[in-house]
Design a protein around this ligand. Sequence first.
Ligand code: ZN
Length: 211
Amino acid sequence: MLNLLKDFRTSTEEDAVRWKREGNGVFGAKGAYKMLFGSSAYAFPNRRIWMDKVPTKVSFFAWEASWGKILTLDKLQRRGWQFPNRCFLCGCEEENANHILLHCTVVKTLWEIALAIFGVQWEFPESVIEVLLSWRGSFVGKKRKNTWNSIPLCIFWTVWKERNRLAFRGGSLDIQKFKNFFVCNLWSWARVYIGEDSYSLLGFLEWHAAT
Ligand SMILES: [Zn+2]
């Protein structure tokens, strides 16, 4: 903050505070933010999170996940809670945000379905924020882009709902229902902008298969 303040200089001619980091001398939040946090501060996937084709509560969850703020078991342990850390979905590995949303073997099945709908393969980055930053869909074409863009958020939301159901209500995972829940979520969001071609689930899938 000290450095930030040093960048304000009083201009003797104009008797006004000038912001030396901006060419026009006008203070801007963008410039201040960049100076405080570095240029990497810009590498936040806002466009992949705040989308009008996705419910706001889902975007908000993705935003929290990107900042590492969701309350996974590793976080709770760090806050002093004493319990074993086992992923609610696969039951094998420890739960953290990157595992439960990306790398869990159970969750991978959803990513595979999504990629299969578009007929593509994808190499997964390590973290949630990296996935969102690198989730570019220019190759899927303008027609299919909205659905493509909503895939990560739809998976995050589906997984988190199911994870919470298992964590708080118990029971076991029904993998077919889990997959169905994901595809139906994706379908219900897309029906709004695709129109009559997606009135049936099969129509929805065929619409995306036909490039
Ligand atoms: Zn798992």
